[in-house]
Design a protein around this ligand. Structure first.
Ligand code: SF4
Ligand code: SF4
Length: 138
C-alpha cells in the first residue's frame, strides 16, 4: 500500500501537486490535456484559518465512503485505494458527505486519489518542489 505523508511546514501552497495530479490523469499527461479534458485534481491544498491543509484520500482501513454508497459502487482495490464503478454510480454525493477528510470531489461523479496506479509512484509527491509530500510504502 502506498501512503503519502504531508509536512505542512514545508508546504509553500504553490499547488504544483494539484497541477501534476490533473496532468497525470489526462490522456496525454499534460496540463493542456487536463484543461481540455476538464480533469479535476485528486489532491487539494487549502488554507483554513491561516493553516495549510491537505485533502487527499487516506486509504482508510474501514472506508466510510464505501459504507455510505447506496448502490455499492465503491470498492477497495488490492493496493488500498477506493475504486468507483461508474456504470452503477448515480453521482448522489453521499460518499463525499461521508468522507471525514474531504477526499472526494464530484465532477459530477466521485473522483479520488488512486495513488497514480498507472505510474510507478504518485506524481503529486514527485512534483512537489519542497518534498512536503513524501511517499511511504507500508
Ligand atoms: S475517500 Fe475518504 S472515507 Fe474513503 S477511503 Fe478515502 S479518506 Fe477514507
Ligand atoms: S507541491 Fe508541495 S509545496 Fe506545493 S502545494 Fe503541493 S505539497 Fe505544497
Amino acid at each position: 500500500m502506498v501512503k503519502i505523508s504531508f509536512d505542512r511546514d514545508l508546504c509553500l501552497g504553490c499547488k504544483t501537486c494539484e497541477l501534476a495530479c490533473a496532468a497525470a490523469h489526462s490522456r496525454v499527461n499534460s496540463i493542456i490535456g487536463a484543461i481540455k479534458e476538464n480533469k479535476i485534481s485528486r489532491i487539494r491544498i487549502k488554507k483554513v484559518s491561516g493553516k495549510i491543509k491537505l485533502e487527499q484520500c487516506k486509504l482508510c482501513q474501514n472506508p466510510k465512503c464505501i459504507d455510505s454508497c447506496p448502490t455499492k459502487s465503491l470498492s477497495k482495490e488490492e493496493n488500498g485505494t477506493v475504486k468507483v464503478n461508474y456504470l452503477t454510480c448515480t453521482g448522489c454525493g453521499l460518499c463525499k458527505e461521508a468522507c471525514p477528510f474531504g477526499a472526494i470531489v464530484l465532477g459530477p461523479f466521485p473522483t479520488l486519489c488512486d495513488r497514480c496506479a498507472e505510474s510507478d509512484e504518485p506524481l503529486c509527491a514527485r512534483a512537489c518542489p519542497t518534498k512536503a509530500l513524501k511517499v511511504k510504502a507500508v
